[in-house]
Design a protein around this ligand. Structure first.
Ligand SMILES: Cc1cc2nc3c(=O)[nH]c(=O)nc-3n(C[C@H](O)[C@H](O)[C@H](O)COP(=O)(O)OP(=O)(O)OC[C@H]3O[C@@H](n4cnc5c(N)ncnc54)[C@H](O)[C@@H]3O)c2cc1C
Length: 89
């Protein structure tokens, strides 16, 4: 319509992001594998934190690095996430 003002728009990008559908969480692999020395990092890895996309990729990488650090008795990196309890949860 000519002259119409757009008040609200929704943009979907179906191709570029990992999609997580209802019920998928339990099927996603964690960062640990049964293979010694093999860890999984990426935004599709199941995490114990509410993180997605880049944050999930980074967090899963930190979990892998920390698991290796623990094997080598080195100090782990702290992992920051959103508060899961309290006012800002
Ligand atoms: C246009 C766009 C905008 C985005 N904006 C945001 C944003 O604002 N905020 C946000 O949080 N996330 C955003 N994302 C999502 C974010 O980029 C991804 O969630 C994140 O990059 C996933 O990281 P990853 O390490 O799991 O995978 P990737 O970053 O995809 O890394 C996988 C790597 O593996 C390589 N690879 C693939 N197959 C092979 C192979 N067979 N052998 C060797 N290497 C291989 C690829 O080349 C790639 O380098 C955006 C994504 C896109 C596409």
């Amino acid at each position: 319509m000519r002259g119409a003002k757009v008040l609200h728009g929704v943009y979907h990008d179906y191709e570029n992001f990992t999609a997580f559908h209802v019920g998928m969480h339990r099927h996603r692999p964690g960062f640990r594998t049964p293979v010694r020395g093999l860890y999984l990092a990426g935004d599709w890895v199941k995490l114990p934190y509410p993180a997605m996309l880049m944050e999930a990729a980074c967090t899963s990488g930190l979990l892998c690095a920390n698991a290796i650090m623990a094997q080598e008795t080195l100090q782990p990196e702290p992992i920051f996430t959103v508060p899961e309890r309290g006012l800002l949860a």
